[in-house]
Ligand binder design. Structure first.
Ligand code: FAD
Length: 419
């Protein structure tokens, strides 16, 4: 049998795979990225968080991304029954950048993987990973190429960055259901034709349905007058709203006054996408000769746009450990990778729980907090979910509980009875 060899094999060329590949290739390791699709390809996950910028810089891909001229983003705006409020990431508690971008992922991901290639990584598109043999020293993959031909790739370490492909979760039997409820998202891209001086294109706009608990929207403006538009909710409620996904999405948009007003002249420029049951988890994020990055490991929920941030964070945490292990060091993947990564993810999870049970909307729409408290909330929403100096990181649940209580229960979004 013929086989190829490399130092590090990476499954998937999304942000996690590209960041890991760029970093490792710059350190002089032989890196091979295996990508099932052909780029550019569509992906959901278009609103980034400022914390991302730190990671892009660390793997040397910030300039490649900058060259895309993406729509700047400095915060999140929220609307519910005619009440508007916003969190500005520049007013935040943690150090670090206070702005980022909103990106069409086809272009963004293409730029990142091209940057990784320029750093020396070899990328094989149109090639999918079909089988995996774990081994502490010589893990191997079976690849299926564009014409269906199979071959083996032996590495010293495998990083799974296959996102929703969840390759090693399946092949190494690690999958475990998420504790989050299964929800459904309908989305499209529009030529938005927004003509409203009050509309701030530098913020993602999150809307809450005026009466339906648990239904919320995103509007993510891009460059050149385009935007991403989506609605999230439980499947039954979404399905009842129309005969097909397009009807359902627009039914809900028309039901939310601010979005309906902004998008009066909008025209859809791609088919409606639908993703369901995207929350997922694994029992472990590592094993003999491998580790799981980004969505290939755990995915929570889209509401705070944390997906790409967690993907990049996981990649940048793993790569120095891979380098050390290949140099002969003993690495404790649990202590050095999984536990610290999961601490930040747990912060986001507390915020996701607080979003759906109504505590967080209550906090966000009540602007009575001191600027310092507001800045602590802003920091987490900006992606600084690992900064233990922030009380809303170190003791998320307790702090969210007491703050929500202090905000009272008057006129708060009816998102709480979800489920
Ligand atoms: P991906 O970007 O998914 O890349 C994985 C790659 O692996 C793909 O290119 C795929 O083709 C490849 N692959 C899969 N299987 C194989 C195989 N067998 N062999 C070879 N290659 C394979 N995140 C945000 O940050 N902001 C948002 O606003 C946001 N909105 C979201 C909205 C919704 C409705 C959902 C569901 C998610 C959202 N996310 C958001 C999350 C975001 O989409 C992901 O977290 C992010 O794309 C993960 O990046 P990744 O690098 O882990 O994987």
């Amino acid at each position: 049998e013929s086989y190829d060899t490399t130092d590090v094999a990476i499954i998937g060329a999304g942000p996690a795979g590209a960041a890991a590949a760029a970093w490792l290739a710059r350190r002089g390791l032989r890196v091979r990225v295996i990508e099932r699709s052909r780029f550019p390809r569509f992906s959901i996950g278009e609103s980034l968080l400022p914390q991302c910028m730190v990671h892009l810089e660390a793997c040397g891909l910030l300039e490649a991304a900058q060259a895309g001229g993406f729509q700047p983003k400095n915060g999140a705006a929220f609307t519910w029954r005619g009440r508007d409020t916003a969190i500005d990431f520049r007013d935040k508690f943690s150090p670090g950048p206070g702005a980022t971008w909103q990106v069409e992922r086809a272009d963004f991901d293409q730029r990142l993987i091209e940057g990784a290639r320029q750093a020396g990584a070899v990328v094989e598109f149109d090639t999918r990973v079909e089988a995996f043999v774990a081994d502490a020293k010589r893990p191997s993959l079976t690849l299926v190429g564009p014409n269906g031909e199979r071959r083996s790739l032996r590495a010293q370490f495998v990083l799974d960055a296959s996102g929703y492909g969840r390759v090693l979760a399946r092949l190494a039997d690690l999958a475990q259901p998420s504790t989050l409820e299964s929800r459904c998202a309908l989305f499209t891209h529009v030529e938005d034709r927004i003509d409203c001086p009050k509309h701030d294109r530098e913020k993602i706009l999150i809307g809450l349905h005026p009466t339906h608990p648990g239904i919320w929207y995103w509007l993510i403006p891009f460059q050149r007058g385009r935007a991403s538009l989506g609605v999230v909710g439980d499947r039954a409620t979404l399905e009842a709203a129309g005969a097909d996904d397009g009807e359902r999405l627009w039914h809900f948009v028309h039901a939310e006054p601010r979005l309906a007003g902004l998008l009066t002249n909008a025209a859809a420029i791609r088919d409606i996408g639908c993703l369901e049951g995207y929350s997922a988890d694994v029992r472990r994020l590592h094993g003999p000769g491998f580790a799981l990055l980004g969505n290939a490991g755990e995915f929570l929920d889209p509401v705070f746009s944390s997906g790409v941030t967690i993907a990049l964070d996981s990649a940048l945490r793993a790569v120095p450990l891979v380098e050390r292990q290949l140099a002969g060091d003993i690495v404790d993947w649990d202590q050095e990778f999984e536990q610290p990564l999961r601490r930040g993810v747990a912060t986001f999870r507390e915020f996701v729980d607080a979003w759906y049970d109504g505590r967080l909307p209550r906090i966000i729409f009540n602007e009575q907090q001191t600027p310092r408290i507001r800045a602590m909330i802003s920091s987490v929403l900006a992606g600084y979910a690992w900064d233990e100096n922030n009380p809303f990181v170190a003791a998320s649940r307790r702090r969210l509980n007491s703050l929500a209580e202090a905000c009272g229960g008057d006129a708060t979004p009816a998102i709480s009875e979800v489920g």
